[in-house]
Design a protein around this ligand. Structure first.
Ligand SMILES: Cc1ncc(COP(=O)(O)O)c(C=O)c1O
Length: 366
């Protein structure tokens, strides 16, 4: 779907703040650690290409995406950094990955056995995923690793660039499960007969709060975009700030008479005469229906959303008949994606990734 550039709804992405966040995170890391910027899901809704370009200018060491198409999009945009696809890719794409210098995540021996049959030339850089308790992807046992090592020793098609794991509770207070996963990682590493260039385990949460569990590469997503990975569970020690704000304008104003109802289902009924403004975005833009009990801001004035959120529009209660064109903040100085998320029982990530493609992204850089 195309971005709607001819309506007043904008996600403003502050690239100067992105640079600052990268600088702050980098400063917090060990100087030996490689910084891989995670730009999957279109850069968590911020636009993978512009984010990757800035990350590249800032000297990050590599990028992570979830699926092959995201990696190819970056290559087509001229990004030359190493790219790791974190999800599982079909082995039939092995040669395409080699040709585009893209590293693949390997989660089974079967992948290696099949991928080489699709390769004509070159060497595929692989990162082996070890499942230490997330129970999502990866090899789980020493026996499986031994089998995979055997295959790697036999084959000249692969280069063992990395071995990694991912933590399920790195953004929580309790360290027990993290410790267990870490020990399991160490245990599984002992089955390696070929040493990888890198072992890695750090996402934003691990790198910020638990960087003593050392990781050659850190895979930094949410913190780079300026959000606390735990939203508010753990205090954020770095002065990172969100890089995205979401703005719109009032497109219609009318007076509601006492007893009149707003929107589908007529669920909001005015208790007195009041002013209502209509905003030109709705759940098709990522402002989900369950955000219908939240507020937005006109200047410093907090205005409640009233009635259910429609697909393309929603209504707010305003204290006075503001003119059409008045600016409205949905995410920004007064409320972050994390604030909204905790109010509706989700996480900041989901709010950001949920901002749909229809929303015009505007990049600002000081
Ligand atoms: C394997 C893996 N590594 C790193 C990340 C980045 O995580 P975060 O955004 O919390 O830094 C993710 C994100 O989901 C992931 O799946």
């Amino acid at each position: 779907m195309k971005e709607a550039i001819n309506r007043p709804v904008k996600a403003i992405i502050h690239l100067d703040q992105l640079r600052e966040n990268i600088r702050l995170i980098r400063q917090h890391l060990d100087s030996k650690q490689k910084f891989y910027a995670v730009v999957k899901a279109d850069g968590y809704g911020h636009g993978a290409i512009p984010i990757a370009r800035v990350a590249q200018q800032c000297g990050v060491d590599g990028l992570c995406v979830a699926v092959l198409d995201e990696a190819l999009e970056l290559r087509q945009a001229g990004i030359h950094l190493p790219i790791l696809v974190l999800g599982i890719t079909h082995p039939k794409f092995a040669q395409l990955m080699v040709d585009n210098h893209i590293s693949v995540t390997v989660s089974s021996l079967d992948f290696l056995k099949q991928a080489k049959t699709y390769m004509i030339q070159g060497v595929l850089p692989i990162h082996v995923a070890l499942d230490t308790g997330m129970n999502r992807i990866g090899l789980k046992t020493g026996e499986e690793i031994t089998g995979l090592m055997h295959e790697l020793e036999q084959s000249e098609c692969y280069q063992l660039e990395g071995v990694f794991t991912h933590f399920a509770t790195a953004d929580g207070e309790d360290d027990n499960r993290v410790q267990k996963q870490y020990e399991q990682f160490q245990h599984l590493l002992s089955y390696l007969t070929i040493q990888p260039t890198y072992t890695h385990l750090g996402n934003s949460a691990m790198s910020i709060w638990r960087n003593h569990y050392f990781s050659d590469i850190v895979r930094i997503g949410i913190a780079m975009y300026g959000l606390n990975p735990s939203d508010f569970t753990l205090p954020m020690p770095l002065p990172i700030k969100p890089i995205l704000s979401l703005e719109t304008e009032i497109i219609h104003v009318h007076q509601l008479k006492r007893g009149e109802a707003v929107s589908y289902g007529a669920k909001y009924i005015a208790k007195e005469d009041e002013w209502i403004a209509t905003l030109p975005l709705g759940y098709a833009d990522g402002w989900r229906r369950d955000l219908g009990k939240q507020s937005v801001y006109i200047g410093h004035e907090k205005c409640d959303i009233v009635g259910v959120v429609c697909m393309d529009q929603m209504m707010i209660k305003i204290s006075q008949p503001y003119p059409v064109g008045t600016k409205v903040e949905l995410i920004g100085q007064h409320q972050s994606a994390s604030d909204l998320a905790v109010n509706i029982g989700t996480i900041g990530y989901e709010i950001l990734c949920g901002i749909s493609q229809r929303v015009h992204r505007v990049y600002v850089d000081k």
